[in-house]
Design a protein. Structure first.
Length: 131
């Protein structure tokens, strides 16, 4: 598994992923994608097999929904501005819970609520149609 960290998050998250053994992880800036449209980032992630990490869930949920298959999306969020400490905490929390199972066609949501408790959700995306 490898992670592509969105521009809205710290470059240091890519280092955290590499330290955890996900050695091919990168930040968009490291791939020459600084200021690239989200569509370009999704295309790069799908082409190269990166799980996208962002705090811009709404836009990325819409974009990966258009893909037949995507490597996965990790969305971290908290009230207010997300500093490096909160970003790191939420990302590491997500990594701990991911295990070895790749999140292909899944979304991982890790949220810090106002009471400072973290919640974690993992689900198929796009949601599968009922049979």
């Amino acid at each position: 598994m490898k992670f592509l960290i969105d521009e809205c998050l710290s470059l240091k998250l890519a280092g955290l992923a590499r330290d955890r053994g996900f050695t091919e992880s990168a930040h968009v800036n490291q791939l020459g994608l600084r200021s690239a449209p989200d569509e370009v980032i999704v295309r790069q992630a799908v082409t190269d097999g990166y799980v996208i990490v962002t705090n811009n869930a709404r836009d990325f949920l819409r974009l990966v929904k258009q893909e037949n298959t995507h490597p996965g999306l990790v969305c971290i969020s908290a009230p207010g501005r997300i500093n490096l400490d909160v970003q790191s905490r939420l990302f590491l929390y997500a990594l701990d819970r991911l295990g070895d199972k790749k999140p292909t066609n899944e979304v991982i949501q890790t949220v810090l609520n106002p009471a400072q408790k973290v919640s974690f959700k993992r689900y198929a995306w796009p949601k599968l149609a009922r049979q």
